[in-house]
Write a protein that binds this ligand. Structure first.
Ligand code: ZN
Length: 369
């Protein structure tokens, strides 16, 4: 189907695609029989390039019993949807510069404490190693890759005194207790205005109600610095020792981190949350959104005629809002018409040798939607 529509594609989100092999069978683990039936039937926006997700769950503090279920869920999610190959590994060597770039995104699955602190070596050496690996992780994400943090990923690399690790700023906050324990009935609301965001669109603006442990976060938490996606609905949740005067209890959010993407979800404490199909869909969409910008597309323009054609993926817009993600579309037009119909947004930032704002081009032909 071809349609004449205005397409808004931030350049960084455009992506090329090649057929993808289904990920290898990884660590098949706990609760596979309960997790499997709840898996989404298809990928959120199936990539054609093989992607590698490092699933990392080192704990230097509390260790959640649900980590095994999380590993199973991430492995099966990648296999079933074809969206990625989950590499389940706690090997710190994966964060060294010669290895980290084999991954497209890194997931901190219920990590705690300083997971980079190597207890097997001398303390001063271990500290230096942790700082090096933290820096490598930042360079990895800021360079255009994805980072995802689940549940106690905010109880990881927390600020100490006035030393605030970049990690803590990236994930936007640090664990400050959980007034809602694991057995507490809670209601999780989709953030107002974010109902159509691809990471929560499947919820259709409706709350998720279940029992789950809910964190409150402390500085550097600032919910205005992220695209908030899920928040605790206090009116519909059991009220227990609230600490925050602003009643601002984030459950999920995402943001740009340099040229990369950060996705965070606070859920994942209880075993049964991992078997919840709504949660699984939230996870797959969150992980995949970090992949978008790791792909670049081929460029096709005919110099003499000005005919332009390019494979792309991005967000389809309906009624002025992101409606759903699209991939494998071809965007075509003629350069002369395109330049006559171009409107630039006010988001121009000078960060590189060549800079461009988001542009809107009216009258493009879009095929494959
Ligand atoms: Zn927990």
């Amino acid at each position: 189907m071809n349609s004449k529509l205005a397409l808004i594609l931030p350049l960084a989100l455009a992506a090329a695609v090649v057929p993808m092999a289904v990920g290898q069978k990884g660590e098949s683990g706990k609760n596979a029989d309960k997790i499997e039936p709840a898996l989404p039937k298809k990928a959120f926006a199936k990539p054609k390039q093989k992607r590698k997700l490092l699933v990392f769950s080192v704990t230097n503090g509390f260790r959640h019993g649900s980590i095994a279920s999380g590993k199973t869920a991430m492995t099966l999610l990648g296999e079933k949807t074809g969206a990625f190959e989950a590499v389940v590994s706690d090997d710190l060597a994966n964060f060294e510069t010669d290895k980290i770039n084999q991954f497209d995104a890194i997931l901190f699955l219920n990590t705690t404490g300083d997971p980079f602190f190597d207890k097997k070596i001398d303390k001063a050496e271990a500290q230096a190693k942790s700082e090096r690996l933290q820096k490598n992780l930042q360079n990895f994400v800021k360079g255009g890759k994805g980072f995802a943090g689940f549940h106690s990923a905010t109880d990881t690399l927390k600020p100490r005194g006035d030393k605030v690790p970049e990690y803590s700023k990236m994930i936007n906050g640090a664990f400050d207790g959980h007034p809602w324990g694991g057995g507490t009935p809670v209601s999780i609301a989709v953030e107002k205005g974010a109902e159509k965001h691809p990471i929560v669109a499947h919820l259709d603006g409706k709350n998720m109600d279940f029992k789950e442990e809910i964190y409150q976060l402390r500085d550097p938490y600032d919910s205005s610095k992220v695209q908030m996606l899920l928040r605790l609905d206090l009116d519909r949740s059991q009220k227990v020792g609230l600490k925050r005067a602003d009643k601002d209890y984030a459950n999920s959010g995402c943001k740009d981190q340099g040229r990369g993407k950060m996705f965070f979800t606070a859920l994942g404490h209880r075993e049964d949350v991992w078997t919840n199909p709504l949660f699984q869909e939230h996870l797959i969409a969150g992980i995949e959104s970090g992949f978008y910008i790791t792909e670049l597309i081929g460029f096709g323009v005919e110099g003499l005629t000005g005919n332009y054609s390019r494979g792309a993926c991005g967000q389809w817009i309906e009624n002025g809002e992101f409606a759903y993600p699209v991939s494998e579309v071809t965007v075509a037009g003629n350069l002369a018409d395109m330049f006559a119909n171009i409107t630039a947004a006010s988001d121009l930032e000078f960060r590189a040798g060549t800079n461009a704002p988001t542009v809107r081009v009216d009258g493009m032909t879009v095929a494959g939607v």
